[in-house]
Write a protein that binds this ligand. Structure first.
Ligand code: GDP
Length: 171
């Protein structure tokens, strides 16, 4: 019996939080075009990084399609939640989305790691990681390991550290 090598990672968060940018940064240079997988009702993209299969979900205004995501939730080995740390207007909405996912019936009892990216750390007015920790009200963790990393998806700063933490959690 070999160890599990493929991991399905849900990359979720509001539109414009930087999901595609972060994931693009993880890809090898010769593979920077995202395979778009158009599906009726919601946006999902799949990319591969080392032995991680990343599935991206854009949650903007698409809550009514959330039942269509259940398949992906069921298969998820980890969750990456991306927040625009400079978009204070939408912290509340972002927080609600995170808690909706954590309380979803396919997720709530799973002991899978949760990586929170305080993205756009370079942007004006960005809250740092401890500031964001205070703003976030995370319910429904139920034994999940979680960590917050400040990232700049454009330069890649912080992105590797974050995914290294995640890879270690998955080992
Ligand atoms: P998505 O909708 O969550 O996939 O967000 P995108 O990856 O499309 O990014 C939305 C916008 O934010 C784009 O204009 C990106 O260039 C920009 N962006 C993403 N990450 C960062 C970051 O860390 N810092 C800054 N300043 N801009 C970013």
């Amino acid at each position: 019996g070999g160890k599990k090598k493929d991991f399905n990672i849900l990359v979720i968060g509001l539109d414009n939080s930087g999901k595609s940018t972060v994931v693009n940064n993880l890809k090898p240079n010769d593979d920077r075009a995202i395979n778009i997988n158009p599906t009726v009702g919601f946006n999902s993209e799949k990319v591969n990084f080392r032995n991680l299969n990343l599935s991206l979900f854009d949650m903007s205004g698409q809550s009514r399609y959330r039942n269509l995501w259940e398949h992906y939730y069921r298969e998820a080995d980890a969750i990456v939640f991306v927040i625009d740390s400079s978009d204070r207007m939408r912290f509340v909405v972002s927080n609600e989305e995170l808690n909706d996912v954590l309380n979803h019936r396919e997720i709530k009892d799973k002991k899978i790691p949760l990586l929170i990216l305080a993205n756009k750390k370079d942007a004006k007015g960005a809250l740092n990681e401890s500031g964001l920790r205070n703003e976030l009200e995370i319910n429904g963790i139920r034994g999940k390991q979680y960590e917050i990393f400040a990232t700049d998806g454009l330069s890649g700063q912080g992105v590797n550290d974050a995914f290294e933490w995640l890879a270690n959690e998955l080992k």
